[in-house]
Design a protein around this ligand. Structure first.
Ligand code: AMP
Ligand code: MG
Length: 471
């Protein structure tokens, strides 16, 4: 058992409340990330044993868990006190890459931040976070990781009774935009400064001053959200408490991958206004960063007007950074060099995909086939044949590089119908479909003819997909 450090709790005691996980009588390990365990210096065989499994539910003498305090805007409305209502930070470990990682639990019982919630989580949603976060990692997108899921044997009350589980999550940190909002709201500038110093030390050791930190977060988020947009990922609940300072994707709740291309795509049952629709994610990220700026204002300048001016100047960098990352990513998806006609070509393609309800993921692999001389797969999925032919006639002369395309366009993503099928089976006690899907989506780029059905969009009878927050 390696020692976990408690740097966060010692640096920011005002935001770390000592707490214990709810005891679990008969913990049962459902899935363990052996590779990640090894990278963290944890012996997978030990983790599978009784003592290791107890660590994964927070029941170990070697840890001093804390519930972290944070605030946040949820669907635009400010809550001064959110915090870990069903989660605990066990402590920090050092990864093989030399960086520090949080070991954190989700579903570990009520805390002082639980409000009306029961503090628990069900097997389905915890395996869902495991699956989607590991798929995102395999896609090369910054994300929190999943170390393991342990079944608690406890029944959790949702629309029905569901088997309970605890997810052990690993993150660069759990500092959020909402952490800064919380510190700012205390009016304790010393706390705010210590929080910013902690964030700099942990994530951006090279930056100059607090504006340097703010601009580093802007850059990390611009790059992250561009990556989401390139693969069709809809986070679903981009509240400011679900946006990290590190630039990792966090909190996989109602998230889902878009199938037919449509910027208006919304999956979450509670997102009535489409605030967190696919196409709204870049402006929402910018909005969240403006909330971060408000939280950090006293650190920019003692004079508030001057501080606002500086914050706006930094914030102005978000759009060009986002556009740059996205355009570069789209050019790679289309295998084309930096030519003046690229932006128009991209816009026209997306309009064509939208109008023709084309599956966003598989289409790029059809295009790489076209780059290799076979235009049939791409022509087959676009009803407007004249439209796709005209577009191909502009794109093919640019000499698209099919290998570049295949290296960035995944074949296998966690498709909603497959995820639902795997989670339903797991909830009923059969982990086989989950294990199989996990192994497919964690090797997203390499074609395996045996996995053809994992690459196809949902059948018509799957219908409109909805995800739920009551996870
Ligand atoms: P989330 O939507 O998962 O980001 O959670 C938003 C807030 O609600 C956080 O403060 C969570 O800790 C809290 N929360 C979510 N689910 C529960 C639950 N079942 N019990 C207690 N608190 C919860
Ligand atoms: Mg959250």
């Amino acid at each position: 058992m390696p020692l976990l450090s408690d740097h966060f709790a010692r640096a920011l005691p005002e935001m770390a409340l000592s707490w214990q996980a709810e005891p679990v009588q008969e913990p049962r390990l459902l899935v363990l990330n052996e590779v990640l365990a090894g990278e963290l210096g944890l012996d997978p065989a030990w983790l599978r044993g009784p003592e290791g499994v107890r660590l994964l539910v927070g029941d170990h003498a070697g840890v001093r868990p804390v519930a972290q305090a944070y605030a946040g805007h949820q669907f635009g409305h400010y809550s001064p006190r959110l915090g870990d209502g069903r989660a605990l930070l066990l402590g920090e470990l050092v990864h093989a890459d030399g960086g520090v990682r949080d070991l954190h639990l989700k579903g570990s019982g009520r805390t002082t931040f639980s409000r009306g919630g029961d503090g628990f989580a069900a097997v389905g949603p915890m395996l869902r976070e495991y699956l989607v976060s590991e798929a995102m990692h395999a896609l090369g997108i910054p994300t929190t990781r999943a170390l393991g899921v342990v079944g608690t044997g406890r029944a959790v009350v949702r629309e029905s009774l569901l088997p309970g589980a605890v997810l052990a999550r690993v993150a660069a940190s759990h500092l959020r935009v909402g952490s800064f909002q919380y510190a700012r709201a205390t009016d304790d500038v010393d706390l705010l400064r210590r929080l910013a110093d902690h964030a700099i030390e942990r994530h951006y050791p090279g930056v100059e001053g607090y504006r340097g930190l703010f601009e580093a977060v802007i850059e990390a988020q611009a790059s992250l959200v561009a990556r989401w947009m390139l693969v069709g990922f809809v986070h679903g609940v981009m509240n400011t408490d679900n946006m990290t300072i590190s630039g990792e994707t966090i909190d996989y709740g109602p998230c889902a991958f878009m199938e037919a291309f449509d910027p208006g795509t919304v999956y979450s049952s509670i997102d009535h206004g489409g605030r967190y629709a696919f196409g709204n994610q870049p402006p929402i990220a910018e909005w969240n960063l403006a909330r971060l700026a408000e939280g950090m204002l006293p650190l920019f300048d003692a004079d508030q007007d001057k501080a606002i001016e500086l914050a706006l100047e930094s914030l102005g960098g978000f759009r060009s950074s986002y556009n740059g990352h996205w355009l570069k990513g789209m050019r790679a998806k289309l295998g084309i060099p930096d030519v003046p006609e690229a932006p128009a070509l991209i816009d026209d393609l997306l309009a064509l995909l939208h109008k023709n309800h084309v599956d966003y993921t598989s289409f790029y692999r059809h295009l790489s086939a076209a780059a290799r001389g076979n235009t049939e797969p791409a022509r087959e999925v676009v009803l407007d044949l004249a439209g796709i032919d005209a577009w191909l006639a502009r794109w093919l002369p640019l000499g698209p590089d099919a290998d570049v395309m295949d290296a960035v366009n995944p074949l296998y993503i966690p498709r909603n119908h497959l995820v639902e099928e795997a989670l339903a089976a797991a909830t009923a006690g059969d982990l086989a479909p989950f294990t199989e899907l996990l192994s497919v989506v964690t090797h997203p780029y390499v074609e395996d003819p045996a996995h053809a059905h994992y690459a196809s969009p949902a059948p018509q009878d799957f219908g409109e997909y909805q995800t739920f927050c009551g996870t």
